[in-house]
Design a protein around this ligand. Structure first.
Ligand code: NAD
Length: 508
Protein backbone atom coordinates (compact mmCIF):
# COMPACT_ATOMS: atom_id res chain seq x y z
CA UNK A 1 0.00 0.00 0.00
CA UNK A 2 1.11 3.54 -0.69
CA UNK A 3 1.29 4.44 2.99
CA UNK A 4 4.03 1.90 3.64
CA UNK A 5 6.31 3.68 1.19
CA UNK A 6 5.18 7.09 2.42
CA UNK A 7 5.98 6.20 6.00
CA UNK A 8 9.13 4.20 5.46
CA UNK A 9 11.44 7.17 4.99
CA UNK A 10 10.75 8.72 8.40
CA UNK A 11 12.96 8.17 11.41
CA UNK A 12 11.70 8.49 14.97
CA UNK A 13 11.67 12.24 15.72
CA UNK A 14 13.77 13.40 18.65
CA UNK A 15 11.74 16.39 19.90
CA UNK A 16 13.18 19.58 21.36
CA UNK A 17 11.87 22.69 23.07
CA UNK A 18 12.96 26.05 21.65
CA UNK A 19 13.78 28.44 24.49
CA UNK A 20 15.65 31.72 23.90
CA UNK A 21 16.89 30.43 20.55
CA UNK A 22 18.28 27.18 21.99
CA UNK A 23 16.93 23.74 21.04
CA UNK A 24 16.73 21.86 24.34
CA UNK A 25 16.14 18.19 25.17
CA UNK A 26 14.41 16.76 28.22
CA UNK A 27 15.32 18.14 31.63
CA UNK A 28 12.87 15.76 33.32
CA UNK A 29 10.61 13.21 31.63
CA UNK A 30 9.58 12.51 28.03
CA UNK A 31 6.38 11.47 26.22
CA UNK A 32 5.76 9.46 23.07
CA UNK A 33 4.03 10.33 19.81
CA UNK A 34 2.32 7.41 18.05
CA UNK A 35 0.48 6.83 14.77
CA UNK A 36 -3.28 6.50 15.49
CA UNK A 37 -3.75 4.24 12.44
CA UNK A 38 -1.11 1.82 13.82
CA UNK A 39 -0.38 2.68 17.45
CA UNK A 40 2.54 0.25 17.59
CA UNK A 41 4.39 2.66 15.31
CA UNK A 42 6.42 5.13 17.39
CA UNK A 43 6.78 8.46 15.60
CA UNK A 44 8.75 10.48 18.11
CA UNK A 45 9.85 11.10 21.68
CA UNK A 46 9.45 14.58 23.20
CA UNK A 47 10.66 16.43 26.28
CA UNK A 48 7.98 17.04 28.87
CA UNK A 49 8.36 20.66 29.97
CA UNK A 50 8.48 21.45 33.65
CA UNK A 51 7.28 24.71 35.20
CA UNK A 52 10.93 25.89 35.25
CA UNK A 53 11.27 25.40 31.49
CA UNK A 54 7.96 27.15 30.87
CA UNK A 55 9.24 30.02 33.00
CA UNK A 56 12.49 30.18 30.98
CA UNK A 57 10.44 30.38 27.77
CA UNK A 58 8.29 33.22 29.14
CA UNK A 59 11.42 35.07 30.33
CA UNK A 60 12.90 34.73 26.82
CA UNK A 61 9.70 36.02 25.22
CA UNK A 62 9.61 39.00 27.61
CA UNK A 63 13.22 39.85 26.86
CA UNK A 64 12.55 39.78 23.11
CA UNK A 65 9.38 41.88 23.34
CA UNK A 66 10.73 45.45 23.38
CA UNK A 67 13.14 45.07 20.46
CA UNK A 68 10.51 43.19 18.47
CA UNK A 69 7.71 45.72 18.97
CA UNK A 70 10.14 48.50 17.98
CA UNK A 71 11.04 46.67 14.75
CA UNK A 72 9.26 48.15 11.73
CA UNK A 73 5.92 46.49 11.19
CA UNK A 74 6.80 46.15 7.50
CA UNK A 75 10.01 44.33 8.42
CA UNK A 76 8.05 42.04 10.73
CA UNK A 77 5.70 41.38 7.83
CA UNK A 78 8.60 40.57 5.49
CA UNK A 79 9.55 37.64 7.71
CA UNK A 80 6.08 36.20 7.06
CA UNK A 81 6.83 36.39 3.35
CA UNK A 82 9.94 34.28 4.02
CA UNK A 83 7.84 31.88 6.08
CA UNK A 84 5.28 31.53 3.29
CA UNK A 85 7.98 30.47 0.87
CA UNK A 86 9.30 27.87 3.31
CA UNK A 87 5.84 26.41 3.86
CA UNK A 88 5.39 26.15 0.09
CA UNK A 89 8.77 24.42 -0.20
CA UNK A 90 7.87 21.84 2.48
CA UNK A 91 4.14 21.50 1.77
CA UNK A 92 4.11 17.81 0.84
CA UNK A 93 6.40 16.77 3.66
CA UNK A 94 4.42 18.74 6.26
CA UNK A 95 1.17 17.17 5.01
CA UNK A 96 2.65 13.68 5.36
CA UNK A 97 3.87 14.43 8.89
CA UNK A 98 0.40 15.62 9.89
CA UNK A 99 -1.40 12.67 8.29
CA UNK A 100 0.81 10.19 10.13
CA UNK A 101 0.58 11.99 13.42
CA UNK A 102 -3.10 12.89 13.76
CA UNK A 103 -4.75 10.50 11.30
CA UNK A 104 -6.13 13.16 8.97
CA UNK A 105 -6.30 12.10 5.31
CA UNK A 106 -3.30 13.20 3.28
CA UNK A 107 -5.50 15.41 1.07
CA UNK A 108 -7.06 17.07 4.11
CA UNK A 109 -3.70 17.46 5.82
CA UNK A 110 -2.47 19.20 2.66
CA UNK A 111 -5.52 21.47 2.71
CA UNK A 112 -4.74 22.38 6.30
CA UNK A 113 -1.13 23.27 5.45
CA UNK A 114 -2.52 25.45 2.63
CA UNK A 115 -4.87 27.09 5.14
CA UNK A 116 -1.89 27.84 7.37
CA UNK A 117 -0.05 29.22 4.35
CA UNK A 118 -3.02 31.47 3.60
CA UNK A 119 -2.85 32.84 7.13
CA UNK A 120 0.83 33.64 6.69
CA UNK A 121 0.13 35.34 3.34
CA UNK A 122 -2.79 37.26 4.85
CA UNK A 123 -0.62 38.45 7.75
CA UNK A 124 2.09 39.55 5.30
CA UNK A 125 -0.55 41.58 3.42
CA UNK A 126 -1.93 43.22 6.55
CA UNK A 127 1.54 44.49 7.52
CA UNK A 128 0.97 47.44 5.19
CA UNK A 129 -2.58 48.09 6.38
CA UNK A 130 -3.38 50.91 8.84
CA UNK A 131 -2.78 50.19 12.53
CA UNK A 132 -5.38 52.65 13.71
CA UNK A 133 -7.61 55.55 12.84
CA UNK A 134 -7.49 59.35 12.84
CA UNK A 135 -10.70 60.89 14.14
CA UNK A 136 -11.97 64.44 14.55
CA UNK A 137 -11.82 66.41 17.80
CA UNK A 138 -14.26 68.93 19.23
CA UNK A 139 -11.24 71.24 19.44
CA UNK A 140 -10.06 72.42 16.06
CA UNK A 141 -6.35 72.34 16.92
CA UNK A 142 -6.36 68.82 18.29
CA UNK A 143 -5.76 65.63 16.29
CA UNK A 144 -7.05 62.38 17.77
CA UNK A 145 -5.53 59.02 16.95
CA UNK A 146 -6.62 55.51 17.83
CA UNK A 147 -3.58 53.26 17.68
CA UNK A 148 -3.39 49.52 18.34
CA UNK A 149 -0.42 48.45 20.45
CA UNK A 150 0.80 44.90 21.16
CA UNK A 151 -0.06 43.48 24.57
CA UNK A 152 3.25 41.72 25.27
CA UNK A 153 3.83 37.99 25.81
CA UNK A 154 1.20 35.73 24.25
CA UNK A 155 0.79 32.08 25.27
CA UNK A 156 -0.53 29.91 22.42
CA UNK A 157 -2.09 26.61 23.53
CA UNK A 158 -3.56 24.53 20.72
CA UNK A 159 -5.41 21.26 20.01
CA UNK A 160 -4.34 18.28 17.91
CA UNK A 161 -7.17 18.36 15.37
CA UNK A 162 -5.88 21.42 13.46
CA UNK A 163 -2.24 21.30 14.54
CA UNK A 164 -0.88 23.62 11.83
CA UNK A 165 -3.63 26.08 10.86
CA UNK A 166 -4.89 26.85 14.39
CA UNK A 167 -1.40 27.71 15.73
CA UNK A 168 -0.88 29.97 12.72
CA UNK A 169 -4.25 31.70 13.27
CA UNK A 170 -2.73 32.74 16.62
CA UNK A 171 1.01 33.02 16.00
CA UNK A 172 0.54 35.05 12.81
CA UNK A 173 -1.48 38.04 14.08
CA UNK A 174 0.28 37.95 17.50
CA UNK A 175 3.75 38.29 16.02
CA UNK A 176 2.86 40.72 13.27
CA UNK A 177 1.33 43.08 15.84
CA UNK A 178 4.61 43.07 17.80
CA UNK A 179 3.93 40.51 20.54
CA UNK A 180 6.29 37.65 21.33
CA UNK A 181 5.01 34.12 21.93
CA UNK A 182 5.38 30.90 23.85
CA UNK A 183 3.71 28.09 21.91
CA UNK A 184 2.62 24.79 23.47
CA UNK A 185 1.32 22.39 20.82
CA UNK A 186 -0.92 19.47 21.71
CA UNK A 187 0.93 16.44 23.08
CA UNK A 188 -0.90 14.40 20.39
CA UNK A 189 0.72 16.36 17.55
CA UNK A 190 4.11 17.63 18.72
CA UNK A 191 6.00 16.94 15.48
CA UNK A 192 3.98 19.20 13.22
CA UNK A 193 4.15 21.88 15.94
CA UNK A 194 7.93 21.64 16.15
CA UNK A 195 8.32 21.57 12.36
CA UNK A 196 6.35 24.81 12.19
CA UNK A 197 8.57 26.48 14.78
CA UNK A 198 11.69 25.33 12.91
CA UNK A 199 10.33 27.14 9.85
CA UNK A 200 9.82 30.35 11.89
CA UNK A 201 13.49 30.16 12.90
CA UNK A 202 14.61 29.52 9.31
CA UNK A 203 12.48 32.46 8.14
CA UNK A 204 14.56 34.75 10.35
CA UNK A 205 12.31 35.53 13.33
CA UNK A 206 14.72 36.86 15.99
CA UNK A 207 15.78 34.88 19.04
CA UNK A 208 13.10 34.77 21.73
CA UNK A 209 10.23 36.02 19.57
CA UNK A 210 8.92 32.45 19.09
CA UNK A 211 9.48 29.91 21.88
CA UNK A 212 8.25 26.33 21.92
CA UNK A 213 7.52 24.14 24.93
CA UNK A 214 6.38 20.56 24.48
CA UNK A 215 4.45 18.88 27.22
CA UNK A 216 1.35 17.60 28.90
CA UNK A 217 -1.66 19.89 29.21
CA UNK A 218 -2.02 19.64 32.99
CA UNK A 219 1.72 20.32 33.44
CA UNK A 220 3.26 22.57 30.77
CA UNK A 221 -0.10 23.97 29.56
CA UNK A 222 -1.27 24.78 33.05
CA UNK A 223 2.09 26.35 34.04
CA UNK A 224 1.96 28.52 30.93
CA UNK A 225 -1.66 29.59 31.39
CA UNK A 226 -0.98 30.56 35.02
CA UNK A 227 2.36 32.28 34.44
CA UNK A 228 2.24 35.78 35.92
CA UNK A 229 4.24 37.37 33.14
CA UNK A 230 1.99 36.15 30.31
CA UNK A 231 -0.26 38.95 29.04
CA UNK A 232 -2.64 37.03 26.77
CA UNK A 233 -3.56 33.34 26.55
CA UNK A 234 -4.80 32.24 23.13
CA UNK A 235 -6.42 28.86 23.61
CA UNK A 236 -8.27 26.47 21.32
CA UNK A 237 -9.47 23.15 22.66
CA UNK A 238 -12.15 21.60 24.84
CA UNK A 239 -14.65 23.54 26.93
CA UNK A 240 -13.36 22.07 30.20
CA UNK A 241 -9.81 23.25 29.64
CA UNK A 242 -10.96 26.56 28.12
CA UNK A 243 -13.11 27.38 31.13
CA UNK A 244 -10.14 26.57 33.41
CA UNK A 245 -8.02 29.01 31.39
CA UNK A 246 -10.73 31.67 31.59
CA UNK A 247 -10.85 31.25 35.39
CA UNK A 248 -7.06 31.61 35.65
CA UNK A 249 -7.16 34.77 33.52
CA UNK A 250 -9.93 36.26 35.66
CA UNK A 251 -8.07 35.42 38.88
CA UNK A 252 -4.89 37.07 37.56
CA UNK A 253 -6.68 40.40 37.46
CA UNK A 254 -4.71 41.55 34.39
CA UNK A 255 -4.44 38.77 31.84
CA UNK A 256 -6.80 38.48 28.89
CA UNK A 257 -7.67 35.31 27.03
CA UNK A 258 -9.16 34.28 23.70
CA UNK A 259 -10.78 30.86 23.98
CA UNK A 260 -12.26 28.78 21.16
CA UNK A 261 -13.84 25.62 22.47
CA UNK A 262 -16.20 22.74 21.66
CA UNK A 263 -19.45 22.51 19.77
CA UNK A 264 -22.54 20.55 18.90
CA UNK A 265 -22.94 21.99 15.43
CA UNK A 266 -25.91 21.20 13.21
CA UNK A 267 -27.23 20.95 9.68
CA UNK A 268 -30.89 22.00 9.39
CA UNK A 269 -32.72 20.35 6.49
CA UNK A 270 -35.91 22.22 5.55
CA UNK A 271 -38.93 20.73 3.83
CA UNK A 272 -38.04 22.52 0.56
CA UNK A 273 -34.38 21.39 0.63
CA UNK A 274 -32.59 19.85 -2.32
CA UNK A 275 -32.23 16.46 -0.65
CA UNK A 276 -29.18 15.31 -2.60
CA UNK A 277 -27.36 18.44 -1.52
CA UNK A 278 -28.69 18.02 2.03
CA UNK A 279 -27.32 14.48 2.29
CA UNK A 280 -23.95 15.44 0.84
CA UNK A 281 -23.70 18.45 3.17
CA UNK A 282 -24.61 16.28 6.17
CA UNK A 283 -22.15 13.51 5.32
CA UNK A 284 -19.34 16.04 4.98
CA UNK A 285 -20.38 17.91 8.14
CA UNK A 286 -20.71 14.83 10.32
CA UNK A 287 -18.10 12.38 9.03
CA UNK A 288 -15.35 14.29 7.23
CA UNK A 289 -12.19 14.26 9.38
CA UNK A 290 -13.90 11.38 11.26
CA UNK A 291 -16.17 13.93 12.95
CA UNK A 292 -13.16 15.45 14.70
CA UNK A 293 -13.53 19.06 13.57
CA UNK A 294 -14.61 21.61 16.14
CA UNK A 295 -17.43 22.43 13.70
CA UNK A 296 -18.38 18.80 12.96
CA UNK A 297 -22.13 18.30 12.99
CA UNK A 298 -23.36 16.06 15.78
CA UNK A 299 -26.93 16.82 14.72
CA UNK A 300 -29.02 16.83 11.55
CA UNK A 301 -32.28 18.63 12.32
CA UNK A 302 -34.71 17.50 9.63
CA UNK A 303 -38.27 18.51 8.71
CA UNK A 304 -40.64 15.64 9.48
CA UNK A 305 -42.10 15.70 5.96
CA UNK A 306 -38.75 14.78 4.37
CA UNK A 307 -37.31 12.87 7.33
CA UNK A 308 -37.68 9.29 6.05
CA UNK A 309 -36.42 10.00 2.53
CA UNK A 310 -33.48 12.01 3.86
CA UNK A 311 -32.56 9.42 6.51
CA UNK A 312 -32.69 6.49 4.09
CA UNK A 313 -30.32 8.18 1.61
CA UNK A 314 -28.04 9.42 4.39
CA UNK A 315 -27.67 5.93 5.84
CA UNK A 316 -26.97 4.44 2.43
CA UNK A 317 -24.27 7.03 1.73
CA UNK A 318 -22.71 6.75 5.20
CA UNK A 319 -22.60 2.94 4.98
CA UNK A 320 -20.38 3.21 1.91
CA UNK A 321 -17.78 5.52 3.47
CA UNK A 322 -14.32 4.06 3.94
CA UNK A 323 -12.47 4.90 7.15
CA UNK A 324 -8.89 3.80 6.64
CA UNK A 325 -5.22 4.73 6.72
CA UNK A 326 -4.72 8.43 5.88
CA UNK A 327 -2.44 7.44 2.99
CA UNK A 328 -5.07 5.11 1.45
CA UNK A 329 -6.24 6.90 -1.71
CA UNK A 330 -9.75 5.39 -1.39
CA UNK A 331 -10.35 6.48 2.19
CA UNK A 332 -13.01 9.07 3.05
CA UNK A 333 -11.58 9.63 6.54
CA UNK A 334 -9.00 8.20 8.92
CA UNK A 335 -8.95 6.94 12.51
CA UNK A 336 -9.86 8.69 15.75
CA UNK A 337 -6.87 10.33 17.36
CA UNK A 338 -6.35 8.00 20.32
CA UNK A 339 -7.89 5.37 22.58
CA UNK A 340 -9.66 8.00 24.70
CA UNK A 341 -11.27 9.45 21.57
CA UNK A 342 -12.45 6.01 20.46
CA UNK A 343 -13.75 5.16 23.94
CA UNK A 344 -15.71 8.40 24.04
CA UNK A 345 -17.44 7.62 20.74
CA UNK A 346 -18.30 4.09 21.87
CA UNK A 347 -19.64 5.47 25.15
CA UNK A 348 -22.00 7.89 23.38
CA UNK A 349 -23.09 5.22 20.87
CA UNK A 350 -24.14 3.05 23.84
CA UNK A 351 -25.73 6.03 25.59
CA UNK A 352 -27.92 6.70 22.54
CA UNK A 353 -29.42 3.22 23.05
CA UNK A 354 -29.99 3.89 26.75
CA UNK A 355 -31.72 7.15 25.81
CA UNK A 356 -34.21 5.20 23.63
CA UNK A 357 -32.85 6.31 20.25
CA UNK A 358 -33.88 4.45 17.10
CA UNK A 359 -30.57 3.29 15.64
CA UNK A 360 -30.45 3.78 11.86
CA UNK A 361 -26.83 2.74 11.25
CA UNK A 362 -25.11 0.75 13.96
CA UNK A 363 -21.50 1.81 13.48
CA UNK A 364 -18.69 1.30 15.96
CA UNK A 365 -15.15 0.04 16.24
CA UNK A 366 -13.79 -1.41 12.99
CA UNK A 367 -12.30 -4.84 13.58
CA UNK A 368 -11.46 -7.89 11.48
CA UNK A 369 -8.79 -6.45 9.17
CA UNK A 370 -5.53 -4.49 9.38
CA UNK A 371 -7.43 -1.55 10.91
CA UNK A 372 -8.25 -3.50 14.07
CA UNK A 373 -5.17 -2.29 15.95
CA UNK A 374 -5.88 1.38 15.08
CA UNK A 375 -8.51 3.69 16.53
CA UNK A 376 -10.99 3.24 13.68
CA UNK A 377 -14.76 3.64 13.99
CA UNK A 378 -17.53 3.71 11.38
CA UNK A 379 -20.57 6.06 11.40
CA UNK A 380 -23.26 5.65 14.04
CA UNK A 381 -26.56 7.31 13.05
CA UNK A 382 -29.77 7.38 15.05
CA UNK A 383 -33.15 9.06 15.21
CA UNK A 384 -33.76 10.93 18.45
CA UNK A 385 -36.70 13.12 19.45
CA UNK A 386 -35.98 16.50 20.94
CA UNK A 387 -36.71 16.00 24.64
CA UNK A 388 -35.33 17.54 27.83
CA UNK A 389 -32.41 15.71 29.39
CA UNK A 390 -31.23 13.74 26.33
CA UNK A 391 -27.45 14.05 26.56
CA UNK A 392 -26.48 12.64 23.14
CA UNK A 393 -28.18 15.52 21.31
CA UNK A 394 -26.54 18.18 23.48
CA UNK A 395 -22.98 17.04 24.33
CA UNK A 396 -19.92 17.09 22.09
CA UNK A 397 -18.84 13.57 21.03
CA UNK A 398 -16.01 14.36 18.58
CA UNK A 399 -16.35 11.35 16.32
CA UNK A 400 -18.59 9.76 13.66
CA UNK A 401 -21.75 9.92 15.79
CA UNK A 402 -24.84 11.67 14.37
CA UNK A 403 -28.31 12.31 15.80
CA UNK A 404 -31.07 12.94 13.27
CA UNK A 405 -33.80 14.95 14.96
CA UNK A 406 -37.22 15.63 13.38
CA UNK A 407 -38.89 19.07 13.53
CA UNK A 408 -42.41 20.40 12.78
CA UNK A 409 -41.81 23.99 11.65
CA UNK A 410 -39.06 26.62 11.52
CA UNK A 411 -39.68 27.86 15.08
CA UNK A 412 -39.35 24.30 16.35
CA UNK A 413 -36.09 23.81 14.41
CA UNK A 414 -34.60 26.95 15.95
CA UNK A 415 -35.66 25.82 19.42
CA UNK A 416 -33.91 22.47 18.86
CA UNK A 417 -30.87 24.13 17.35
CA UNK A 418 -30.34 26.49 20.27
CA UNK A 419 -30.96 23.85 22.93
CA UNK A 420 -27.30 22.98 23.54
CA UNK A 421 -24.67 24.74 25.66
CA UNK A 422 -22.66 25.39 22.48
CA UNK A 423 -22.95 27.73 19.50
CA UNK A 424 -20.21 27.35 16.91
CA UNK A 425 -21.43 26.43 13.43
CA UNK A 426 -24.77 25.99 11.67
CA UNK A 427 -25.85 25.18 8.11
CA UNK A 428 -29.35 25.50 6.73
CA UNK A 429 -30.41 23.68 3.58
CA UNK A 430 -33.28 25.46 1.83
CA UNK A 431 -34.24 27.00 -1.50
CA UNK A 432 -36.23 29.76 0.25
CA UNK A 433 -34.39 33.06 0.84
CA UNK A 434 -36.85 34.18 3.52
CA UNK A 435 -36.31 31.00 5.42
CA UNK A 436 -32.51 31.11 5.56
CA UNK A 437 -32.71 34.72 6.70
CA UNK A 438 -34.90 33.60 9.61
CA UNK A 439 -32.36 30.92 10.64
CA UNK A 440 -29.49 33.37 10.15
CA UNK A 441 -31.07 35.73 12.66
CA UNK A 442 -32.57 33.31 15.21
CA UNK A 443 -29.95 30.57 15.60
CA UNK A 444 -27.06 30.98 18.06
CA UNK A 445 -23.74 30.33 16.27
CA UNK A 446 -20.47 31.93 15.21
CA UNK A 447 -20.28 30.63 11.64
CA UNK A 448 -23.39 30.18 9.47
CA UNK A 449 -23.75 28.51 6.06
CA UNK A 450 -26.55 28.17 3.50
CA UNK A 451 -26.69 25.13 1.20
CA UNK A 452 -23.25 24.06 2.36
CA UNK A 453 -21.79 21.81 5.04
CA UNK A 454 -21.28 23.51 8.41
CA UNK A 455 -17.51 23.01 8.02
CA UNK A 456 -14.89 25.03 6.12
CA UNK A 457 -13.12 28.26 7.02
CA UNK A 458 -11.18 30.99 5.29
CA UNK A 459 -8.50 32.87 7.17
CA UNK A 460 -9.71 36.41 6.39
CA UNK A 461 -12.92 35.70 8.31
CA UNK A 462 -13.10 35.65 12.09
CA UNK A 463 -13.39 32.10 13.44
CA UNK A 464 -15.26 31.81 16.73
CA UNK A 465 -18.43 30.88 18.53
CA UNK A 466 -20.80 31.85 21.32
CA UNK A 467 -21.93 30.26 24.61
CA UNK A 468 -19.55 27.42 25.57
CA UNK A 469 -17.97 27.49 22.10
CA UNK A 470 -16.10 30.75 22.57
CA UNK A 471 -15.61 33.84 24.68
CA UNK A 472 -16.23 36.30 21.87
CA UNK A 473 -12.56 36.62 20.90
CA UNK A 474 -12.44 34.82 17.56
CA UNK A 475 -9.27 33.48 15.97
CA UNK A 476 -7.86 33.88 12.44
CA UNK A 477 -8.53 37.43 11.17
CA UNK A 478 -10.45 38.16 14.39
CA UNK A 479 -7.48 37.58 16.68
CA UNK A 480 -5.93 40.99 16.20
CA UNK A 481 -8.38 42.50 18.70
CA UNK A 482 -7.26 40.02 21.38
CA UNK A 483 -3.52 40.55 21.02
CA UNK A 484 -3.56 44.35 20.81
CA UNK A 485 -5.07 47.08 22.88
CA UNK A 486 -6.45 50.32 21.49
CA UNK A 487 -4.84 53.47 22.73
CA UNK A 488 -6.34 56.94 22.34
CA UNK A 489 -3.66 59.53 21.58
CA UNK A 490 -4.36 63.27 21.42
CA UNK A 491 -2.04 65.95 20.02
CA UNK A 492 -2.54 69.70 20.42
CA UNK A 493 -1.32 71.85 17.52
CA UNK A 494 -2.18 75.23 19.13
CA UNK A 495 0.08 77.27 21.44
CA UNK A 496 -2.52 77.35 24.17
CA UNK A 497 -4.60 74.62 25.82
CA UNK A 498 -8.30 74.23 25.07
CA UNK A 499 -10.34 71.48 26.75
CA UNK A 500 -13.25 69.50 25.31
CA UNK A 501 -16.83 69.71 26.59
CA UNK A 502 -16.39 73.45 27.22
CA UNK A 503 -14.31 72.90 30.35
CA UNK A 504 -12.25 75.93 31.37
CA UNK A 505 -8.47 75.61 30.95
CA UNK A 506 -7.76 78.73 33.02
CA UNK A 507 -5.39 78.29 35.94
CA UNK A 508 -6.24 81.01 38.55
P1 NAD B 1 -7.91 19.81 24.94
O1 NAD B 1 -8.70 20.87 25.62
O2 NAD B 1 -7.80 18.49 25.59
O3 NAD B 1 -6.40 20.31 24.70
C1 NAD B 1 -6.12 21.53 24.04
C2 NAD B 1 -4.77 22.04 24.49
O4 NAD B 1 -4.87 22.39 25.87
C3 NAD B 1 -3.64 21.02 24.38
O5 NAD B 1 -2.45 21.66 23.97
C4 NAD B 1 -3.50 20.51 25.81
O6 NAD B 1 -2.21 20.04 26.10
C5 NAD B 1 -3.81 21.76 26.59
N1 NAD B 1 -4.28 21.54 27.97
C6 NAD B 1 -4.92 20.46 28.48
N2 NAD B 1 -5.15 20.62 29.80
C7 NAD B 1 -4.67 21.84 30.13
C8 NAD B 1 -4.64 22.60 31.34
N3 NAD B 1 -5.12 22.12 32.49
N4 NAD B 1 -4.10 23.85 31.30
C9 NAD B 1 -3.62 24.36 30.16
N5 NAD B 1 -3.59 23.67 28.98
C10 NAD B 1 -4.12 22.43 28.97
O7 NAD B 1 -8.53 19.69 23.45
P2 NAD B 1 -8.10 18.67 22.29
O8 NAD B 1 -8.57 17.30 22.64
O9 NAD B 1 -6.67 18.86 21.94
O10 NAD B 1 -8.97 19.24 21.08
C11 NAD B 1 -10.29 18.92 20.83
C12 NAD B 1 -11.21 20.01 21.33
O11 NAD B 1 -10.84 21.25 20.72
C13 NAD B 1 -12.66 19.80 20.94
O12 NAD B 1 -13.48 20.13 22.03
C14 NAD B 1 -12.88 20.78 19.79
O13 NAD B 1 -14.21 21.17 19.60
C15 NAD B 1 -12.00 21.90 20.20
N6 NAD B 1 -11.63 22.76 19.07
C16 NAD B 1 -12.25 23.97 18.97
C17 NAD B 1 -11.96 24.81 17.89
C18 NAD B 1 -12.64 26.15 17.76
O14 NAD B 1 -12.18 26.98 16.99
N7 NAD B 1 -13.72 26.40 18.48
C19 NAD B 1 -11.03 24.40 16.92
C20 NAD B 1 -10.41 23.14 17.07
C21 NAD B 1 -10.73 22.34 18.16
Amino acid sequence: MSHVAANAKYAVWNGRHLIAGEWRGAAAGTFEDRNPARPAELLGVYPRATAAEVDAAVVAARKAFAPWRRTSRIRRGDLFDNLARLIQRDLDELAAVMARENGKLLNEARAEIVEGLHMVQYVFGTARQPIGEVVASEIEAKDLYVRRKPRGVVAVITPWNFPFAVPLWMLGPSLLEGNTVVFKPSEETPEIGERLVRLFVEAGFPTGTVNLVHGIGEEAGDALARHEDVDVVCFTGSYDVGSHIRRLAAESGRKTCACEMGSKSAVIVCEDANLDLAVQATVLSAFKTTGQRCVSAGRAIVHEKVFDRFAATLVERARGLRFADPFDANAFAGPLVNQAGLDKVLYYNALAGEERATVLLDGGRIAGDDRASGYFASPFIYRQEHRPGVRTIREEVFGPHLAVIPFRDDEHAVEIHNDTPYGLSMAVITEDYRRWRYYRDECEYGMGYVNLPCIGAEVHLPFGGVKRSGNGQPSAAGLVESVTHRTAFTVNHAREIAMAQGMSAQVK
